[in-house]
Design a protein around this ligand. Sequence first.
Ligand code: 13P
Length: 246
Amino acid sequence: MTNKYIYFVANWKMFGDLRTLNSLDKVIKFSKNNKKNKFKIIYCPPNTLIRSLSKRFKKTKLEVGAQNCHYSYEYGAYTGQVNSSMLKNVGAKYIILGHSENRLLGETNRLINLKIKSAIKTGLKIIFCIGETLKEKKTNKTNQILKSQIEKGLKLIKKKSQIIIAYEPVWSIGTGIIPKEKELIKTILFIKSRFKKNYPKILYGGSVNGDNVDKLKKIPNIDGFLIGGASQNSKKFIDIIKKTIN
Ligand code: 13P
C-alpha cells in the first residue's frame, strides 16, 4: 500500500434492490467508528440504487459510483442508456469504465476512450479497468495487452488526475484465483511505468476476499481494491477492510 488513502471499491455488478440497502448500516457504522484510519469506501451499485445510496451516505464518508455510462455527453436518442452527467445528477462521484464484463459484450478500447472523456468532462472520477484474459496470459501477452488498453483507453487525455487504474486479470474475476505475488508485483510496476509521473492510483481487483487480502495488501504500489462478490456481503466487506488497515 502506498498512497495516503486506501480505496475499497464495491462493484455490485447486477446485484441488489431497495431491501439490500439495510445491510449497509453495518458498513456505515464501521466507517464512523474508524475515523483514525485513512481509507475510502466507494459503492458502485446498479443505476437503480445510486440515488438511494447517495441519500443514505449523506453525513457519512462513504461515496457512490456508477458501473458504466453511454459515451455521449449530451442527451440523445439512445434507448436504455444513461450518460455520465445523469449519473452525477443522482449522486455518483465515481464511475467504473472498461470493465472486462463489458469488454466481453463488445466494448472496444475506442468506445471506452470516448466514455472516459465524457466522464472527465462531467467531473466524475474514473475507475478505469484493464486486464488480460487467460489466453493472453498463457501466450505471454499480458504487458502488450495492458499497454494497448492504457494507450487506447486514455488516448488524447491530458488531464489524468481523475483517473484511477484498476488492474483486474480477467481470469481472476469470480474464480477465487489470484495472481502469484511475483507476477502481480511485476505487472503493477509495468502499469506504473506506462505513466511518466503523476502516477495514477492503482487498485487490484479479482477474487479479493478475507482469506487472501493479507497477501494482497503487501504488494507494493497498490492503493486499494476493487471488490465484486465479497462486497455484496457487508460482513465480508468489512472483514477485508479491517484486515487491510490493521
Ligand atoms: P470478484 O471480486 O467477484 O472476483 O469480482 C471482481 C470484479 O470484477 C470487480 O470489478
